[in-house]
Design a protein around this ligand. Structure first.
Ligand SMILES: [Zn+2]
Length: 103
């Protein structure tokens, strides 16, 4: 699958859950070609007294969305379309930068 097509599919499958306007998918250029940058915006689900700062619950909420997103990509066989690299500890990573932002 071509990178551009893969990125379009990533946007499409995530749109089913998060709606199109809350998702930004960008492909890396130059030496980061193949990388995919995914930004997802979601409404905060807990009462938060730190509107401009993330609290513990914010962190937990963001992490749970990240897990959910990675699971969707895996189920849709899109994760396997993303390149891999190994860090200094020989741990495998995918060439995806995923950020969840709470509104
Ligand atoms: Zn919070």
């Amino acid at each position: 699958m071509e990178v551009a097509e893969r990125n379009r599919k990533i946007k499409k499958v995530l749109s089913r859950v998060y709606s199109n306007k809350n998702i930004r998918v960008k492909g890396g250029r130059g030496t980061s070609y193949g990388w995919v940058y995914v930004r997802v915006f979601v409404k905060k689900q807990h009462r938060c007294d730190r509107p401009n700062n993330y609290c513990k619950e914010c962190e937990a909420e963001k992490q749970s969305h990240k897990n959910k997103i990675m699971k969707i990509l895996s189920n849709e066989h899109l994760l396997e379309e993303i390149g891999v690299y190994y860090d200094d500890f020989n741990v495998k990573h995918r060439e995806i930068l995923l950020s969840v932002e709470l509104l």
